[in-house]
Structure formats: C-alpha cells, structure tokens
Design a protein around this ligand. Structure first.
Ligand SMILES: NC(=O)c1ccc[n+]([C@@H]2O[C@H](COP(=O)([O-])OP(=O)(O)OC[C@H]3O[C@@H](n4cnc5c(N)ncnc54)[C@H](OP(=O)(O)O)[C@@H]3O)[C@@H](O)[C@H]2O)c1
Length: 166
C-alpha cells in the first residue's frame, strides 16, 4: 500500500527555507515508528534537508533527483524510473515523505494520507494540496488534540476515494 505522511500547518504549509517550520518531537516519533523498516520515497530537496543530507536508517530510501549521485540510497532520475522502483516494492508499505513537488505528483497514487495537523501558521513557502477541498479525499480519522512542544497537533488520516494504480 502507498501512503503519504506529512505534517502541515493550518494553511497546509509544510516547509520553508528547505527545512521544517516546527520542532515536533511527538510527530517525529510517530513518523519514525510508522515508516521504520518500510520504503520511503522523497525528492532531492527533502534528502538535502535531513541532518548531513543522510538517508533515513533502516528504511529503503528511494530519492527522485536529476543531479545527485550517491550509493547510500536508490536514486531515480524521472517519474518513470520512480514508478518502476515503487512497483519493485509494491508488496511492501511505501511512504511518500515529501516534499512539496513529490507529494503533489504522487498524491493520486496514495491510498491514504497521514496528516499531522499543527494548529499554528508557520509562514510556509512549500504547501501540501488542501485535502479538505479535494472531493477525492475523505477525512476518516480526526485524532485528539495533543500537546507537542507547546503546539497543539492532531494525527489525522485521509482516504483516497479514487486511488490511481502505478
Ligand atoms: N512537513 C512535512 O511533513 C515535510 C516533509 C518533507 C519535506 N518537507 C519540506 O518540503 C520542502 C521540500 O520540498 P520541495 O517541493 O522543495 O522539494 P522535493 O519534492 O523534496 O524535491 C524536489 C526535487 O526532486 C527532484 N525532482 C523533481 N522532479 C523531478 C523529475 N521529474 N525528475 C528527476 N528529479 C526530479 C529534484 O531533485 P534534485 O534537485 O536533487 O535534482 C528536485 O529539486 C522542504 O522545506 C522540506 O522541509 C516537509
């Protein structure tokens, strides 16, 4: 199954300055536990945004990039190559982990989207598509408000009513 996982502010903002807008330890823990030992798919900017631009441990990292050359993750050079790499893992849990460009392109193929909603406005430069305005998506789990480092977050889940096949 293909899922996207993201945290977004009240305006569906997800990042600025090629980084995160908030420090959210509980959300980080949820992200780590959810994706651990599975396959993660990301764009080149998201990989560069990680500490020392290193891939995530104990996960298969598939990275869409025109320019990067490295042997510590699977680099794919086009969406065609990306879809092929994802098909090679289609019996596994695949998580699309960002950023804006990759979420936007892969959203139709995601059966579910796990959205951590942050009750704040972070001044984003990069946004996730607003799923509340997308008739193809339905919120099936609203989550309880949780305090995370002084901010209120909710772990929500959306289902794609029209999932496209790879
Ligand atoms: N809130 C969250 O949960 C969350 C999660 C992840 C990321 N983010 C944020 O999202 C932002 C980054 O998002 P973004 O939209 O700038 O970038 P992105 O989606 O991470 O990556 C874009 C990159 O993907 C590669 N790419 C795109 N189209 C391609 C194609 N057709 N063929 C080959 N490669 C292609 C290029 O990489 P190269 O430049 O390497 O060639 C391009 O620069 C950051 O602020 C990050 O912190 C937020």
């Amino acid at each position: 199954m293909i899922r996207a996982i993201v945290h977004a502010d009240k305006e569906w903002g997800i990042g600025k300055g090629n980084g995160m807008m908030f420090s959210l330890p509980k959300d980080m823990k949820f992200f780590r536990e959810t994706t651990m030992n599975h396959v993660v798919v990301m764009g080149g900017n998201t990989l560069r945004s990680f500490p020392n631009a290193k891939p995530l441990k104990n996960r298969v990292n598939i990275v869409l990039s025109r320019g990067q050359v490295r042997d510590d993750c699977v680099i794919v050079r086009s969406y065609e190559e990306l879809f092929k790499a994802m098909k090679d893992h289609e019996d596994e849990e695949i998580y699309v982990i960002g950023g804006g460009e990759v979420y936007r392109e892969l959203l139709p193929y995601c059966e579910e989207v796990l959205v951590t909603k942050v009750d704040a406005v972070g001044g984003a430069e990069v946004f996730f598509p607003n799923l509340d305005e997308n008739p193809d998506f339905q919120c099936v789990d609203e989550g309880e408000p949780v305090d995370d480092n002084g901010l209120t977050i909710r772990f929500t889940r959306y289902k794609n009513l029209k999932t496209r096949k790879l």
